[in-house]
Design a binder for this molecule. Structure first.
Ligand SMILES: *[C@@H]1O[C@H](CO)[C@@H](O)[C@H](O)[C@H]1NC(C)=O
Ligand SMILES: *[C@@H]1O[C@H](CO)[C@@H](O)[C@H](O)[C@H]1NC(C)=O
Ligand SMILES: *[C@@H]1O[C@H](CO)[C@@H](O)[C@H](O)[C@H]1NC(C)=O
Ligand SMILES: *[C@@H]1O[C@H](CO)[C@@H](O)[C@H](O)[C@H]1NC(C)=O
Ligand SMILES: *[C@@H]1O[C@H](CO)[C@@H](O)[C@H](O)[C@H]1NC(C)=O
Ligand SMILES: *[C@@H]1O[C@H](CO)[C@@H](O)[C@H](O)[C@H]1NC(C)=O
Ligand SMILES: *[C@@H]1O[C@H](CO)[C@@H](O)[C@H](O)[C@H]1NC(C)=O
Ligand SMILES: *[C@@H]1O[C@H](CO)[C@@H](O)[C@H](O)[C@H]1NC(C)=O
Ligand SMILES: *[C@@H]1O[C@H](CO)[C@@H](O)[C@H](O)[C@H]1NC(C)=O
Ligand SMILES: *[C@@H]1O[C@H](CO)[C@@H](O)[C@H](O)[C@H]1NC(C)=O
Ligand SMILES: *[C@@H]1O[C@H](CO)[C@@H](O)[C@H](O)[C@H]1NC(C)=O
Ligand SMILES: [Cu+2]
Length: 629
């Protein structure tokens, strides 16, 4: 139960009772046929109530959501996350399995019951395996009020458009092929297409002389995209639910999970139509198949008889609006002195099973045996001891109202969009792109950094290759919050950490209801105990889940590649090579590498560039391991 001050309670009653509604949505997951790119029909796209695309959910600030999600799959678990919503007081409704809940097993129904106290463009998606890449995602729009009259800018009509990549294969097949010793460099599967509002060649019918409010949401699980228009501009007014001072730009760069709300003014002349372009950030793709269309042309149509425009090309993609230039409308100074700093180094490497994993400070996230929130509720006073959450979950305990700074050093040559559940954070510093050539440059606090006076606040921010970012937020939302790369492949590789924020307040102000507990019970999964499900001694982690052993020193990804491909070369006897647990099974590595769109030559190159990371570390860092000691 929440303990409100009487005055605050009165204000809440006054401001929400007038219009607050309850939205009851009953959804059952299931596979449907769909052909969004017009090239290939899949019969395993994930729909709700037999429909795909999924409905755009809409609510007003203050409304209650009661969403019943029934798992209609025969063999798969599921879950639902409401991306960007703070779930203040309702942490158990946040969605990520084994963080705040047990997965919903087949045939079961979970009630997601919470109120929304934010406005803006959000989205909802499965937080189980790669299900949202199979279509289990859509927009969730929260308005200011039924007439949206608190929206600080004038507009005539609102539209919501999603963008994403699209695969022809299901995540059920893609994930095991990706997380395989036959893919030792961790080359991500290459999408077959890029969608705009779940289709290609999308047509947006507009009227002249109007101002449209458009919510742009990247609901993909991998690549960022550039958006630009022929002879029209985007005026950015809201990002990840935070109103901004308007900033006009010709191009937007939007990573997966980010949202930009823009105002687009249409022309007064209806004699012709214009192109609305999208282009994938191809630096994020390991290989670019010749037939992959990196550009997509969509149409702003004023006049249906006027014919469709050609692709509209730009000279440079470097003209996009940098989100560090934006300023929230409601100014908030950069928090000056963080109370607690978390420094994490991001790296990708192989473990003893030959699979490529992702690490924060040498630890790849491995789910605990008990959902972290279940441990919070059962650990009593031990809930403030990070040890109870396990040694392989990258868990950090935050104290009430502390200012937290996360310094993230990216030792990898890729860009990564990181998302924090339960908060928006101030984007304080982002280092430049150090490309592939140099060694990684970690954040150095003693150097001069241009800290914005009123830094942008958002819930997803990207880090540049071999570079760093610094973000800050106040621990004012008791709950267990996942912080992870929103590239689904990298989450599968373990690029995640867990923030346990003010656990004693979670215990005193929130609760786990019977429906929540049932999801664990029917799974035969404990929801009390420490990460090892020990209920007697919370400091005893015997039999906790841990990562695969490290590769023996000197054994490199290149060695694995050489081994795998020497097997392909036809040495039949290689089946007998039990070296480092890499014996071939009946999998066919040639087929796997083809499925993943990689070839041997490429892997060799990629491997040598990965091996050039020397993993330089700052010895003053507070590592997860030190914290546990
Ligand atoms: C939604 O599901 C709940 C629980 O299964 C049920 O009580 C309710 O009647 C359903 N509502 C609608 C509109 O189908
Ligand atoms: C989109 O347009 C391209 C080029 O005009 C065409 O080849 C393709 O079939 C179209 N796709 C769909 C889904 O309409
Ligand atoms: C965009 O996609 C959503 C979800 O399918 C749909 O509800 C909406 O009508 C589409 N917008 C337009 C303008 O077609
Ligand atoms: C569903 O989740 C339970 C509990 O984590 C797990 O034991 C089971 O293997 C999962 N089922 C599938 C099909 O992944
Ligand atoms: C949803 O939560 C509210 C507040 O706790 C409660 O009053 C309501 O009964 C819940 N709804 C359902 C269907 O359980
Ligand atoms: C629409 O385009 C057609 C063909 O170019 C043109 O003849 C017509 O005048 C246009 N209509 C309007 C309302 O601009
Ligand atoms: C894709 O768009 C870029 C930027 O406008 C342009 O330089 C490039 O030529 C386009 N590629 C194709 C194949 O159309
Ligand atoms: C708008 O963007 C420009 C760069 O195009 C930047 O210099 C400026 O600070 C931004 N202004 C605001 C108010 O966000
Ligand atoms: C990661 O492991 C390397 C090599 O064992 C070690 O040098 C480094 O200090 C570790 N980094 C952290 C942050 O623990
Ligand atoms: C960090 O920056 C300071 C000031 O420029 C410099 O003296 C120091 O050597 C730097 N530290 C590292 C590890 O590069
Ligand atoms: C959560 O609610 C508390 C109490 O109303 C408030 O102080 C805090 O700012 C809220 N946190 C977020 C992230 O909204
Ligand atoms: Cu990533």
């Amino acid at each position: 139960m929440f303990v409100f001050e009487p005055v605050l309670l009165a204000v809440l009653v006054a401001s929400t009772c007038v219009t607050a509604k309850t939205h009851t949505w009953n959804f059952t997951t299931g596979f449907v046929n769909a052909n969004p790119d017009g090239v290939y029909e899949r019969d395993d796209v994930i729909g709700l109530n037999g429909q795909w695309p999924l409905p755009v959910l809409e609510a007003d600030k203050g409304d209650r959501i009661e969403l019943y999600l029934t798992n209609g799959f025969e063999d798969y678990n599921t879950s639902l996350h409401f991306h960007g919503l703070f779930q203040n007081g309702t942490n158990s409704m946040d969605g990520p399995e084994l963080i705040t809940q047990c997965p919903i097993p087949p045939g079961e129904t979970m009630l997601y019951n919470f109120t929304v106290d934010q406005v803006g463009a959000y989205w909802y998606h499965s937080h189980t395996a790669g299900q949202y890449g199979d279509g289990m995602r859509a927009a969730f729009i929260v308005h200011d009020g039924s007439d949206d009259d608190d929206f600080p800018y004038e507009y005539d009509e609102e539209f919501t458009f999603t963008i994403s990549e699209w695969y022809h294969e299901s995540s059920v097949d893609l994930i095991p092929n990706f997380m395989s010793r036959f893919n030792p460099t961790g080359a991500e599967p290459i999408p077959q297409n890029f969608l705009f509002n779940d289709t290609r060649n999308f047509t947006w019918n507009v009227e002249p002389s109007k101002t449209y409010k458009v919510n742009l949401i990247n609901v993909g699980g991998f690549v960022s995209q550039y958006l630009w228009m022929e002879d029209h501009t985007f005026k950015v007014v809201q990002v990840d639910g935070v109103y901004t001072q308007p900033n006009e730009t010709d191009m937007i760069y939007i990573t997966v999970a980010q949202r930009y709300t823009v105002l687009i003014e249409t022309k007064d002349d209806t004699s012709r139509n214009y192109a609305l372009m999208q282009r994938v950030d191809d630096t994020m793709l390991d290989v670019i198949p010749k037939d992959l269309e990196l550009n997509g042309t969509n149409y702003i149509v004023y006049n249906e008889s006027a014919g469709l425009p050609e692709e509209y090309k730009v000279e440079s993609l470097d003209i996009f609006l940098d989100d560090f230039w934006l300023e929230p409308l409601e100014a908030q100074e950069a928090y000056p002195d963080p109370d607690y700093q978390i420094v994490v180094d991001v790296a990708m490497d192989n473990l003893d099973d030959g699979v490529n994993y992702a690490f924060f400070n040498n630890l790849t996230y491995v789910a605990p045996k008990v959902p972290v929130l279940g441990t919070v509720f059962s650990a009593g006073e031990d809930a403030i001891n990070p040890l109870v959450y396990g040694s392989n979950t990258n868990s950090f305990v935050l104290e009430k109202d502390e200012v937290i700074e996360i310094v993230l050093n990216n030792l990898d040559t890729g860009k990564h969009p990181f998302h924090l559940h339960g908060h928006v954070f101030q984007t304080v510093v982002r280092g430049p792109d150090y490309g592939e050539e140099s060694t990684p440059v970690p954040y150095n606090a003693s150097e001069a950094h241009d800290i914005p006076e009123n830094p942008m606040r958002r819930d997803t921010v990207y880090v540049n290759p071999q570079s760093y970012f610094v973000i800050r937020f106040k621990a004012d939302n008791p709950g267990v919050w996942f912080f992870h790369c929103h590239i689904e492949w990298h989450l599968d590789q373990g690029l995640a950490l867990v923030l346990i924020e003010d656990p004693l307040s979670i215990q005193s102000q929130q609760n786990l209801d019977d429906n929540w507990k049932r999801m664990c019970e029917v799974n035969n999964m404990p929801y009390v105990g420490n990460a090892a499900a020990n209920t007697e001694n919370f400091l005893d982690l015997t039999d906790e889940n841990v990562q695969v052993k490290n590769l023996p020193a000197g054994f490199t990804a290149r060695g694995i590649v050489a081994l795998v491909f020497s097997c392909i070369a036809g040495i039949l006897g290689c089946v007998a090579i039990g070296l480092y647990g890499l014996a071939a099974t009946d999998d066919n590595p040639v087929k796997l590498s083809q499925d993943l769109g990689i070839d041997e030559e490429f892997i060799q190159d990629e491997t040598s560039s990965q091996l050039s990371h020397n993993g330089s570390k700052d010895t003053t860092e507070k590592t997860a391991t030190e914290l546990l000691n």
